[in-house]
Design a binder for this molecule. Structure first.
Ligand SMILES: Cc1cc2nc3c(=O)[nH]c(=O)nc-3n(C[C@H](O)[C@H](O)[C@H](O)COP(=O)(O)O)c2cc1C
Length: 404
């Protein structure tokens, strides 16, 4: 269950830091990849060198980098993790999480984090019972931080009571359970979702075509992620060199008209996501045979508008999915043009994508535009865009389900 999972372990300045080598060894022996952030107080109990040796990964302590071109660790460390574990979690770091204090690498990473946080509190019994700590614990529960322990017993300071950090084996079990549950969690099961992806190819004659530079990468990742969430995904794909995801129904098409036909024939569905870069125009009349070059220095092609698939699905009456999402690739006035698109096409969300530096990258910087809101996402790996979008869809469908 822990194989290939990335855990970001934050070690703060408690006496239980001496149990961290055992915890790391239990996690790594189960296949976990661990990176550590150490607080300054934590470094009084265990060294960065020791953590680096145990994890075979660099250990981080400083907030500000030596080289101005280095990546911002307080952002990317959590992005690359599946989960964050704070062990031992001092009263101080719990107070910082509860109150949004970000004054070192550990606390800033926790504030900038987008992953589940587990904490293993460890402190003197009076520190634990202190009203301030108890208020902070309540606050962090509201932030969906999950505490593991503490246990009661004889404390390192010689006093007896609550405050002992849970044993490494118990912490590992919690984390294993979490990953087990999230892999069992098929929250979108029972929902059919149609995703269109890739470019379309519009023939000029039997051997030539008009197309665009869409790679199909983002659509494939969205289809794959939604399927992991348990959705029944139908991927309608234009020609691309992406590998077809397993366990997903694929309908291969070439032209916009074929893509429209496939989309309509797959309705009804809960959600429709138009990621495909559909050619706006096609050649009005395509000859049966290859156009001969002969002595022609020029050729005039009459182009005609292709059907607007997003519009057609948005206006499909009783067959309209509950949630229709379009992607808008723009090279200028991204937000303004995308808002117009949302309005004109009648869809529910537009994922506005600035493609002024071209198609085919592994990252995307998008805005999620709805009738009343614009949410700017940072530049993310396309897989992260797929995950965040799938989570939004999941939340939307859950809310809708609760409302009915
Ligand atoms: C020997 C020693 C042991 C400590 N053990 C703990 C502890 O178990 N839990 C705790 O909350 N604070 C403990 N502290 C106090 C913290 O180290 C102190 O509050 C520090 O500011 C925490 O910083 P950090 O949260 O950034 O790591 C201890 C201090 C000393 C000197």
């Amino acid at each position: 269950m822990l194989a290939n999972k990335n855990v970001l372990l934050i070690v703060s300045g408690g006496i239980a830091a001496e149990k961290i080598p055992e915890l790391i060894s239990k996690l790594t022996s189960r296949g976990c990849k661990i990176r550590c952030i150490l607080t300054n107080s934590g470094s009084k109990f265990i060294s960065t060198d020791e953590l680096t040796k145990l994890t075979r990964q660099p250990t981080y302590q400083e907030m500000f980098f030596k080289n101005k071109n280095d990546k911002m660790e307080h952002i990317y460390l959590s992005r690359e993790a599946d989960l964050i574990l704070v062990a031992p979690a001092t009263a101080n770091i719990i107070a910082k999480i509860a109150n949004g204090i970000a004054d070192d690498l550990a606390s800033t990473t926790l504030l900038a984090n987008d992953k589940p946080i587990f904490i293993a509190p460890s402190m003197n019994v009076m520190m634990w019972r202190n009203h301030a700590t108890q208020v902070n614990i309540k606050k962090i529960l509201e932030q969906r931080v999950i505490p593991i322990g503490p246990e009661s017993g004889l404390l390192a300071c010689g006093e007896i009571g609550e405050g002992r950090m849970s044993e490494p084996e118990t912490i590992v079990k919690y984390i294993e359970n979490y990953f087990q549950k999230s892999s069992d969690l098929k929250s979108l099961s029972g929902h059919k979702i149609i995703v269109t992806s890739g470019p379309t190819q519009e023939p000029i004659d039997p051997v030539r075509f008009i197309s665009n530079r869409s790679s199909g990468k983002q659509g494939y990742l969205i289809a794959h992620t939604l399927s992991k969430f348990g959705a029944e995904v139908v991927l309608i794909s234009g020609p691309t060199s992406e590998t077809y995801p397993k366990d997903i129904k694929i309908i291969k098409v070439e032209t916009a008209e074929e893509m429209l036909e496939a989309s309509i024939s797959e309705l009804p569905s809960s959600v429709f996501i138009s990621v495909a870069a559909v050619s706006d125009w096609r050649v009005e009349s395509v000859p049966l045979n290859k156009i001969k070059k002969n002595k022609m220095n020029e050729i005039n092609l009459t182009l005609t508008r292709n059907p607007d698939i997003l519009s057609c699905v948005s206006k499909a009456g009783s067959l309209r999915p509950n949630l229709v999402i379009g992607f808008s690739a723009e090279t200028e006035n991204v937000i303004k043009n995308s808002k117009i698109k949302l309005e004109e096409k009648g869809c529910d969300w537009i994922v506005a994508n600035d493609v002024s530096d071209g198609f085919g990258h592994n990252t995307n910087q998008v805005h999620i535009i709805t009738k009343n809101n614009i949410d700017a996402w940072p530049k993310l790996e396309k897989s992260e865009v797929a995950l965040k979008l799938s989570q939004l869809i999941d939340n939307f469908l859950e809310k809708q389900n609760n409302a009915t």
